[in-house]
Design a protein around this ligand. Structure first.
Ligand code: ATP
Ligand code: MG
Length: 465
């Protein structure tokens, strides 16, 4: 079997290709491993993703859905964003520092060990369903393109802890933007043949739970032969959907008008994450109720309620995280940023678009298309916002900088938009929930891209703007 594992900050998954089905196929079917996991007390269910959360209950250790939900109520016993700890050069990543919120004696695992536990859980699911050890397979494992050497080595160490890459087996790391790009192609073969032209620069904009990863990929094409070269990779940025959840939680806390305990905050953040997903998915849902249980004995009696409004979530997402900006704008380094208090070295400026501007400016490249990936971009309006900022400001300015033709406003207004569902990394197929999405506009003089139409499951046909 050919196995790919997406070890994500928030969600992990495994997919595989059966060589028997691959024999005569360029792109054989990709299967996603169902991962049984505890989802509620005494209830185990298979899921296509394993939430990357760990929770300690008595002598038991849970990972997955129940760990995410229950762990939110007990921050000193739970671990989230282990992958961000794995890439945090400010701490000893092999030391037992997690759960971070636990007192010294309660810190039982290193970031490597926690990542190893997620992989072990997945390996067990494989063993149970396939009847063979996952360590006996060649495995491809994702890492952010911006991971440094040490973070990559520690990812391999975590995989080894889970028994992956056994004797004579290959363990290969693949950069997440490259994986997203390949999976988009695999899912849109005929479309990609039409739309990937020689010399084209594709910006892969991958924002997951904990990381923002920007990569430029150049397409080289001779006839039907297509090759790709990674030409630029952005800095490692700890910034993702989790930061939006935290911001919403601060807003909710301020609306409650009361300072919350660590435990209440953690529960609030989990509720805000779920509320965000609902509010940004629907244009008819005006608000979601948020309830924070009181401390002490009268849990229910002391509960507090507030509402998160759709407009508030939208404003924070669009103006706080995706503001319009110019190519020359730099991310702000605010020493007082609240993100700094959370243990992990989150970037202080949450504006993904400003980080993107800094990346494009340093790369001196005007992208011809954007491939969106990561859960942050599931709401279509967030993808559209980034595309608008890139087109209106970043590309146009970069074009005038570099003297490249083709990005004048007329061309941009008439752009075509290609959309499609795709895998989210090699491991994750979000049925009905597109994550990887290519927005693409024609360069003047580029052949074979104009007149392309929107295609794909789950999207309306029509022009982009
Ligand atoms: N429907 C949705 N609307 C908005 N945000 C969503 C939605 N679904 C998931 N998310 C957010 O996407 C983020 C998780 O994305 P994803 O699963 O791609 O991350 P990951 O791969 O685990 O992280 P990373 O790639 O940073 O390691 C979370 O912040 C989650 O709240
Ligand atoms: Mg990811």
């Amino acid at each position: 079997m050919a196995v790919g594992i997406d070890l994500g900050t928030t969600n992990s998954a495994l997919s595989f290709v059966d060589p028997a089905e691959a024999a005569d196929a360029d792109f054989p079917p990709i299967h996603v491993l169902e991962i049984p996991q505890v989802v509620a007390p005494a209830r185990t269910e298979p899921r296509r993703t394993l939430p990357s959360f760990l929770y300690l209950e008595g002598s038991e250790t849970f990972v997955g859905t129940y760990a995410r939900e229950q762990g939110a109520l007990a921050p000193t016993k739970s671990v989230y964003a282990a992958k961000s700890w794995l890439s945090n050069a400010e701490v000893d990543r092999t030391a037992k520092i997690l759960p971070w919120d636990a007192p010294e004696a309660g810190r039982l695992f290193s970031p490597v060990e926690v990542s190893g536990k997620y992989l072990s859980h997945i390996a067990q699911a494989w063993q149970d369903q396939q009847g063979t050890a996952l360590g006996d397979q060649d495995v491809v494992l994702t890492v952010p393109a911006s991971f440094d050497e040490e973070a990559r080595e520690l990812t391999v160490a975590a995989a080894k802890e889970a028994g992956l890459g056994g004797e004579g087996r290959k363990l290969t790391l693949i950069e997440e933007p490259a994986a997203a790009f390949y999976s988009w192609i695999a899912n849109h073969l005929s479309q990609s043949q039409k739309s990937l032209t020689d010399g084209m620069n594709v910006l892969v904009c991958d924002v997951g739970g904990g990381t923002s990863d920007f990569t430029l990929i150049r397409v080289n094409r001779t006839g039907d032969r297509v090759e790709f070269t990674r030409t630029a990779v952005g800095k490692h940025l700890l910034l993702g959907g989790d930061n939006l959840d935290l911001t919403l939680a601060w807003l909710a806390e301020s609306k409650l008008g009361k300072q919350l305990s660590l435990r209440q905050r953690s529960a609030l953040r989990r509720q805000c994450a779920a509320a965000k997903e609902k509010l940004l998915a629907s244009d008819t849902l005006p608000s979601v109720e948020i309830t924070v249980l009181g401390g002490g004995s009268s849990l229910i009696g002391g509960s507090m309620k507030t509402q998160l409004m759709r407009e508030e979530a939208l404003e924070l997402a669009l103006e706080g995280f995706l503001p319009a900006c110019a190519l020359s704008d730099k991310p702000q380094d605010d020493k007082r940023s609240v993100f700094r208090e959370l243990g992990l070295p989150y970037v202080s400026d949450p504006a993904v678009t400003r980080h993107l501007a800094a990346f494009l400016e340093s790369a001196h490249t005007a992208p011809d298309a954007i491939l969106f990936n990561g859960g942050f971009f599931i709401p279509a309006l967030l993808r559209q916002r980034v595309a608008d900022v890139v087109e209106r400001e970043l590309v146009r300015q970069e074009a005038s900088h570099s003297g490249e033709p083709g990005f004048g406003s007329g061309g941009l207004r008439r752009r075509c938009v290609l959309r499609a569902c795709a895998l989210d990394g090699p491991g994750r197929h979000r049925a009905g929930r597109p994550a990887a999405d290519l927005l693409h506009w024609p360069r003047r003089g580029a052949r074979g891209v104009s007149g392309a139409a929107r295609v794909g499951r789950g999207h309306d046909a029509g022009a982009g703007s």
